[in-house]
Design a protein around this ligand. Structure first.
Ligand SMILES: Cc1cc2nc3c(=O)[nH]c(=O)nc-3n(C[C@H](O)[C@H](O)[C@H](O)COP(=O)(O)OP(=O)(O)OC[C@H]3O[C@@H](n4cnc5c(N)ncnc54)[C@H](O)[C@@H]3O)c2cc1C
Length: 462
């Protein structure tokens, strides 16, 4: 609980409707989308900020009283990044959800941190522009959370991730100082790129108060090609052939047999159950010439032992298939009380080996696992159905996870492509990052946040 005097202090900073202090209300902000057994604390208070001034005032107060601040967008991260590890105030941005400027000529948009990614996409598209980053929950996740969590998505293969669309940021530092990073221009060679330092910072360095984003022209049309394979290594060979044929798909996703069957049991979508895996390949371009590209892909795949190759132009049919792909996480929740998912990444040439190794490890530990992911990027999402309250199953999961991460490192990859570290992967970063790099990250943290009030206990232990 916050002391009476702290509550009085907060009430002098924000209007009472923007402060929650009851245990019941604060409890709603004790968790994010992470399935975990790790203990977390109920926040002492939740504050809803409405302006940069509000953010400054709360941070100044928290910094001088050594109270932790946990920034929170939609709370959809899967690594415990916005849980409270100690007495904390949660800073919620749902009331800072305005588009501040939209400049179609210069292809940019300035937004507040609580704007939902889907709103950015829709407004850009109203003028023929495009904001491609698409974490699969973009209909609810916020841009502030996306930047802080280095979010990716299915279209990263062609368009990159949220980090590639930041022109400038307005930050509020731990002591309430405002810092502007970047010039807002497409090119910028002036000094260190501090905007990029915020990518993946998980609310530990500063609060993102505004973001100016880059937009690009929206491709005129798109098509989806689906294909089935007898093994992951055949699927990867198929992807290599597509790239050799000089077509540049925006998305090259996969679902394995377990994922296909789990989804088909949950929401029948007409996917073929018998094959080892399927690829979902999206191309986006001018309408003219799109069919040629689709045929090139079909031919490339046929030469790589693909079967049932299908080109889909019809919007309804495409959406039905994408819904099936995006439903995989929800479908896996039908298999056991809990689902834990991961986001490991390896070079694409090692993806098939990595999936095969994960399958062997999960089988060894008797874990029901579905695999989906982004072949183009080498990014795999094992989705493991289990009962976290079952001690043996939990131990098996932890052992399997450690073995999977060992394999990732051996294959030249890393333990998070797009979900971040939070508290869930904190014990593993020493095995994946260089010691000197970790040491310098800690020094950066101390420079930005000497009192360690910003989301303490995330990414690494100080
Ligand atoms: C069903 C599902 C599917 C998902 N699919 C994807 C996917 O395809 N790709 C992907 O990359 N991720 C995915 N995620 C993970 C997650 O949704 C993303 O990381 C998302 O971008 C987080 O946004 P959020 O608004 O929920 O942030 P939150 O979870 O609220 O916060 C994330 C981090 O950002 C910090 N933060 C939030 N706002 C600010 C701010 N204004 N200033 C400073 N720090 C801030 C928080 O402290 C926390 O550390 C998925 C999650 C779910 C539940």
């Amino acid at each position: 609980m916050l002391s009476k005097s702290s509550i009085k202090d907060l009430s002098s900073i924000l209007t009472s409707k923007n402060i929650l202090i009851s245990k019941e209300e604060c409890y709603c902000y004790a968790q994010d989308s992470t399935n975990t057994r790790k203990p977390t604390k109920i926040p002492n208070a939740v504050v809803f900020v409405e302006s940069i001034k509000d953010i400054q005032n709360v941070l100044k107060y928290a910094n001088s009283n050594h109270i932790s601040i946990v920034s929170r967008g939609a709370g959809t991260n899967m690594v415990g990044a916005c849980t409270c590890q100690e007495n904390s105030i949660v800073m919620n941005f749902s009331k800072m959800n305005k588009i501040l400027e939209f400049d179609p000529i210069n292809m940019s948009m300035k937004v507040q941190p609580g704007v939902v990614v889907d709103d950015i996409k829709k407004i850009a598209e109203s003028k023929g522009l495009y904001f491609p980053p698409d974490p699969s929950n973009f209909k609810v996740s916020t841009i502030g959370g996306g930047i802080a969590q280095a979010s990716g998505g299915a279209k990263s293969f062609k368009y990159g991730t949220i980090k590639d669309y930041i022109l400038s940021l307005t930050l509020v530092l731990a002591d309430g100082t405002i810092m502007k990073t970047g010039a807002g221009t497409v090119k910028d060679a002036v000094g260190y790129h501090l905007s990029q330092l915020m990518v993946g910072s998980e609310g530990t360095l500063a609060v993102i108060a505004e973001a100016e984003l880059k937009l690009i022209p929206k491709p005129e049309a798109n098509a989806l090609i689906t294909a089935y394979f007898d093994s992951m290594s055949d699927a990867v060979k198929g992807v290599n052939s597509i790239i050799e044929s000089r077509v540049f798909p925006s998305t090259i996703d996969f679902m394995d047999k377990n994922a296909i069957n789990t989804v088909e049991n949950f929401c029948p979508s007409g996917l073929i159950r018998e094959k080892d895996c399927m690829l979902l390949i999206e191309i986006e371009d001018f309408a003219y010439g799109l069919e040629n590209q689709a045929i090139k892909i079909k031919n490339a795949l046929k030469g790589s032992s693909a079967s049932n190759v299908n080109i889909v132009f019809d919007n309804e049919q495409k959406e039905r298939i994408w819904i099936a792909r995006r439903a995989s996480y929800a479908a896996v929740t039908q298999l056991a009380p809990d689902v834990v998912t991961d986001d490991i990444i390896v070079p694409r040439s090692s993806l098939a080996d990595m999936v095969d190794a994960c399958r062997i490890i999960c089988e060894k530990y008797k874990l029901k696992t579905c695999f989906v992911g982004h072949v183009g990027d080498g990014n795999i999402h094992p989705q493991i159905a289990l009962n976290l309250d079952d001690e043996k199953e939990f131990r098996n999961y932890m052992d399997a996870k450690a073995e999977i991460y060992d394999m990732v490192t051996n294959l030249g990859g890393t333990i998070s492509a797009e979900h971040g570290i939070g508290i869930e992967k904190i014990d593993y970063i020493k095995d994946t990052l260089d010691d000197v790099a970790i040491e310098y990250m800690k020094r950066i943290k101390k420079t930005f946040d000497p009192n360690n009030i910003l989301n303490p206990g995330k990414i690494f232990r100080i």
